[in-house]
Design a protein around this ligand. Structure first.
Ligand code: G4P
Length: 526
């Protein structure tokens, strides 16, 4: 198989949802269809129990388990599918944002009872930044949920994306009879079974077909006919290009736990989801079909074995063929590295691989050379763009508790930040260090890991910070003047970029108004 065939064969995607909407269940069902697992229940262990929020040791344990299921590769209908798991726990949202940089498309799960929830909105904002193509699966149709039209309106409104129904539910909850697939023009009857892999399918190209009434009854038939007419009048016909450009999201209805509607989703996904596409580095556009290998690190998982400080870096292949033991240039360090035990992820197994292709995720064992966002390649290509840091939500100052262990603390903090556990901001004034996170849990994780892995102890003291804003200006002089005049509020991030640390929303607004030549950004990439 040549490189074009390999690229055409691959679909790399992530499933996102608000916790409890059914992401884990859908993942599992997709793996069942792909034959990658044999029984339900196998993926549950990857889920971090959000009820155990105070028990971070338990979460660390679960995170350890979840590494095995963070990338699941399987074959379906001649395609190689790479499914990237995203932690549902909101305290690990930053992890999820980064994982989304490594996928080519996304399936969003929405609970039909709850509709669009807050975490869904945040995750979709990240997808919108990169125009990632999105398919929507409205789940739990076996429950009395909201009106399907309302749900679609809410998705369009809150998620700022147009929708196109690809299937339509017939009833809901107790009266749920199945879905009509507008994509394959067939009726799929709901027989409520968690063991059977799919519902009974009746091919009905014409909704006037008398078999329809026989299958679902008179009233539901009339309702379906009306709905389908309304849909064709109210929504533009499905157009793959608008899906690929991230403007329109095709929508499916189903019930993951009952294996219902999942096959229709997967069959359509196989047809329409994008294969690996070109990506941009600081210097150039890289097509996946380029001969030379390139890829970037989007996730690092440490603590695989507490006795050895080994970490596994997740690398997304962007172009060419990755070959084990071939030396590749680490762009940031300008140095060649070789990875003799690179692994691939197939469902729950990890295995040493000799080669990988664009779209694949490779696990690289690392002793501390790699950090998130690092690019590997054959020649000088610069770093891949599109792996930004976002302004954290919670900021705490680091206080060293043992002056004799300053070196250990510095090293530990640096390595944990390289892994993306949190973000470190070092103030210009007094070398004050502030750690920023999305969730409160990370502070406990950091303290615990500093103590056990680096033998360092620190306290975290609350600050009154509101946002970290990366700053830039077309006028270098004006930027320097701003930094000088606000030096008490200026810090550097882990890469030495200038950041303005705002204390309140209103004050930030005032500063923005007073300094029109300075641009304030809520992400590190602009
Ligand atoms: P998440 O990963 O998005 O957090 O959600 P997960 O798949 O774990 O699903 C959350 C709950 O919703 C689970 O119930 C799951 O069984 C249920 N669920 C998933 N799909 C459907 C569906 O189509 N219909 C209905 N009625 N329920 C669904 P749980 O009680 O929290 O867990 P469990 O005891 O079933 O494992």
């Amino acid at each position: 198989m040549n490189i074009t065939d390999q690229i055409n064969k691959r679909k790399t995607f992530g499933i996102i949802s608000h916790p409890d909407a059914g992401k884990t269940t859908l993942t599992e069902k997709l793996l069942l269809f792909g034959g990658a697992i044999k029984e339900a229940g196998a993926v549950k262990s990857s889920k971090i129990d959000r009820h155990a929020t105070s028990d971070f040791m338990e979460i660390e344990k679960q995170r350890g388990i979840s590494v095995a299921t963070s990338v699941m590769g399987f074959e379906y209908n001649g395609k190689k599918i790479n499914l990237l798991d995203t932690p549902g726990h909101q305290d690990f949202a930053e992890d999820t944002y980064r994982t989304l940089t490594a996928v080519d498309s996304v399936i969003l799960v929405v609970d039909c009872v709850k509709g669009v929830e807050i975490q869904t909105e945040k995750l979709m904002e990240v997808c919108r930044m990169r125009n990632t193509p999105v398919m929507v699966f409205i789940n739990k149709l076996d429950r009395e949920g909201r009106d399907p039209y309302d749900l679609l309106d809410e998705i369009e409104e809150k998620l700022n994306i147009k929708v196109r129904p690809m299937s339509w539910p017939i009833g809901m909850g107790k009266s749920f009879k199945g879905v009509y697939s507008l994509y394959s023009e067939s009726l799929i009857l709901f027989k409520g079974s968690q063991t059977k892999l799919t519902g009974d399918t009746v091919e009905i190209k014409n909704l006037e077909d008398p078999r329809l009434e026989k299958e679902i009854g008179e009233l539901p038939t009339a309702q379906l006919q009306e709905d389908v007419e309304l849909i064709s009048g109210g929504y533009d016909p499905f157009d793959r290009e608008t899906y690929l450009s991230g403007e329109v999201a095709p929508v499916f209805f189903g019930s993951a736990v009952n294996n219902f509607g999942v096959k229709e989703l997967l069959d359509c996904f196989i047809d329409i989801a994008p294969q690996p596409r070109a990506r941009q580095t600081e210097l150039k556009t890289i097509e996946p079909s380029e001969k030379d290998f390139s890829g970037f690190v989007f996730k690092i998982h440490a603590n695989m074995d507490p006795k050895h400080r080994n970490r596994i870096a997740f690398l997304r292949v962007c172009s060419g063929k990755f070959e084990r033991t071939h030396p590749y240039k680490h762009q940031r360090m300008n140095k060649n590295l070789k990875f003799s035990n690179a692994t691939a992820f197939m469902a729950q197994d990890k295995e040493i691989i000799d080669e990988a292709w664009p779209g694949d995720i490779v696990g690289l064992f690392d002793t501390g050379n790699l950090k998130i966002g690092d690019t590997l390649g054959v020649k000088d290509i610069g770093n891949f763009k599109g792996i930004p840091s976002f302004s954290p939500e919670i900021f705490k100052e680091v206080i060293n508790k043992d002056a004799m262990k300053t070196k250990q603390l510095d090293k530990g903090l640096k390595q944990l930040m390289d892994e993306g556990v949190a973000q470190l901001f070092t103030f210009e004034m007094g070398a004050r260090r502030v750690v920023g996170t999305v969730g409160a849990l990370q502070f406990e994780v950091i303290q615990h890991r500093l103590k056990h892995e680096y033998n360092a102890t620190c306290d975290f003291v609350g600050t009154s910070l509101y946002k970290a804003c990366w700053i830039s200006s077309k006028d270098k002089k004006k930027l320097n003047e701003f930094i000088d005049s606000k030096y008490r509020h200026i810090a550097q991030d882990k890469d030495g970029k200038w950041v303005f640390m705002a204390e309140t929303k209103s004050w930030l607004q005032m500063v923005m108004d007073n300094y029109p030549d300075i641009e304030f950004h809520f992400t590190s990439e602009f």
